[in-house]
Ligand binder design. Structure first.
Ligand code: AMP
Length: 476
């Protein structure tokens, strides 16, 4: 078995599945701090949190992301969620367990037959909703929820943000995982006023600024809209220009001339760069409305003091994306340096069965944000205790339990050792845990009513009564 091995006691030892990881303390402290800042910033812009489920109908994403994209085409984790399939799989597993002991050819025949029955039975009776998937992103879920809960009846636009795990069966590498976390926001409904686009971008940049993220670069572009006098007309011209240089392009780009010519502009291949630079540009083919909208977005960004770079090659391959697109990169991430991608998608809610609805949003890759903070020395995870209570003696223990309760309810983090330790040993532990103070409580201190507080950084000690102690600790 690939993800398990035998341990010394002969039991199977379980391991993580490839591409998945555990997030552990103290690093999770950084994750929580970052998420708290995200919530605070987004709420200060009037966004409310949505928590959609992790499991959704598979075709929600096939429709929204497009079946010919990598994400929906080959990276979805999906399976048949039906009682018949479940039962079939349980029977196969039962045979597998028996075979491990007996391993006869009859077993394997039975197994194959059951497997066949399980899969064909499941697929025969497959209803659309039986095919479920772990979500690869959350924009489609937010749009589904907007429609499902009649949010168009609320004051528009509806401003939502989300945080949580996403799943894509990609090739794992640094900054690319099969379970990764995104923080995103969507503005749904109302108008497509350029101020909305600018405010959404301002919000992400404010968040990154609050985090102290370094080397942040914002690229923006307008991809117009899917009409003959705008993007569609441009794509025809692009296609013709690409046909002219086809022989000089790599295999991927050659294929994309037919399937999705805009995506050729995404190419990172060195030898294609000079060719791409000479291709016609979408900015020169925008219709009047899209051109005006783009100019206004840039003006609005200027008004908000947001620094950006125009990047005519920043595109999205799907029809419902329109006008504003943006991407943010950060330092210390190598080739996977995009930490945020976003854009306007006015046609998406309608594509998912809702009324025509304006929409714009973004998704931030939280894993990469954390990596970038760590690489630039901003990933402090110190989560030492405020107070370690070094107690000795029965009376002292009762006082220690009370002190721990009082200090914790005053907001301090307190470590109370469950069994008695010699003071020397206790102070050693306090130090290892990164405690700021050790509160020394022996039966004598309790009898006298004066407690000793040792500052571990410099070894100084002070005596306090119980109320004085709290007052001292509360001082910043
Ligand atoms: P997307 O939803 O593909 O536009 O991605 C938005 C952001 O999510 C990207 O800019 C990345 O920061 C992050 N992201 C996407 N896929 C992964 C992955 N497999 N592992 C880690 N982060 C990812």
């Amino acid at each position: 078995m690939k993800d398990a091995e035998e341990s010394s006691n002969g039991k199977r030892r379980f391991r993580l599945i490839r591409g998945f990881r555990d997030l552990l303390p103290p690093e999770t402290y950084l994750w929580n701090r970052l998420e708290a800042i995200a919530r605070a910033v987004f709420e200060s812009f009037g966004f409310g949190e949505i928590r959609p489920p992790i499991l959704e109908a598979a075709d929600l994403f096939e429709k929204s992301i497009g079946e010919d994209t990598d994400v929906a085409g080959k990276e979805l984790y999906f399976w048949v969620d039906s009682p018949r399939a479940n039962k079939g799989i349980r029977r196969v597993r039962a045979v597998d367990k028996n075979s491990a002991m007996r391993s006869t050819s009859t077993d394997s025949k039975v197994r194959d037959e059951l497997l066949h029955q399980a899969s064909s039975g499941a697929f025969d009776a497959l209803a659309e909703t039986d095919l479920v998937t772990l979500r690869p992103e959350a924009t489609a879920s937010a749009c589904r929820a907007y429609i499902e809960h009649g949010m168009q009846q609320l004051p528009q636009p509806v401003k939502l943000y989300y945080l949580g795990p996403m799943f894509r069966r990609e090739r794992p590498q640094k900054g690319r995982y099969r379970q990764f976390y995104q923080i995103g926001a969507e503005v749904l409904g109302g108008s497509d006023a350029p101020a909305i686009d600018a405010e959404v971008i301002e919000m992400v940049m404010t968040f990154f600024d609050r985090l102290g993220l370094t080397g942040v670069e914002l690229d923006i572009n307008s991809i117009g809209h899917a009409a003959d006098n705008c993007r569609r007309g441009y794509v025809e011209k692009l296609k013709a220009a690409l046909e002219q240089v086809k022989d000089k392009l790599g295999g991927d780009s050659q294929r994309r001339i037919e399937t999705n010519p805009l995506r050729v502009l995404d190419s990172k291949l060195e030898h294609e760069q000079p060719i791409i630079e000479k291709l016609p540009r979408l900015a020169d083919h925008l219709c009047d409305e899209c051109r005006t909208h783009y100019a206004a977005v840039k003006r609005q960004l200027g008004l908000r003091g947001v620094i950006f770079k125009e990047n005519w090659r920043l595109v999205r391959g799907l029809d419902y994306y329109m006008r504003t697109t943006f991407e943010i990169t950060a330092k210390g991430l190598g080739s996977q340096n995009a930490v945020c991608g976003g854009g306007r998608y006015d046609g998406l809610v309608e594509l998912l069965g809702g009324p025509p609805t304006k929409g714009i949003g973004f998704a931030i890759g939280e894993d990469r944000l954390i990596l970038s903070l760590q690489e630039s020395g901003k990933g402090a995870t110190a989560q030492g205790r405020d107070v370690y209570i070094a107690w000795m003696g029965e009376h002292a223990y009762a006082a220690a339990v009370r002190a721990a309760k009082d200090l914790r309810s005053a907001g301090f983090s307190v470590e109370l050792p469950p069994t008695e330790l010699k003071f020397g040993k206790a102070l050693e532990r306090a130090d290892k845990l990164g405690s700021r103070y050790a509160l020394i409580l022996g039966d004598n201190e309790v009898a006298e009513g004066t407690w000793t507080l040792k500052t571990l950084a410099d070894g100084t000690q002070q005596k306090f009564t119980e109320p004085e102690l709290l007052e001292f600790l509360r001082k910043p």
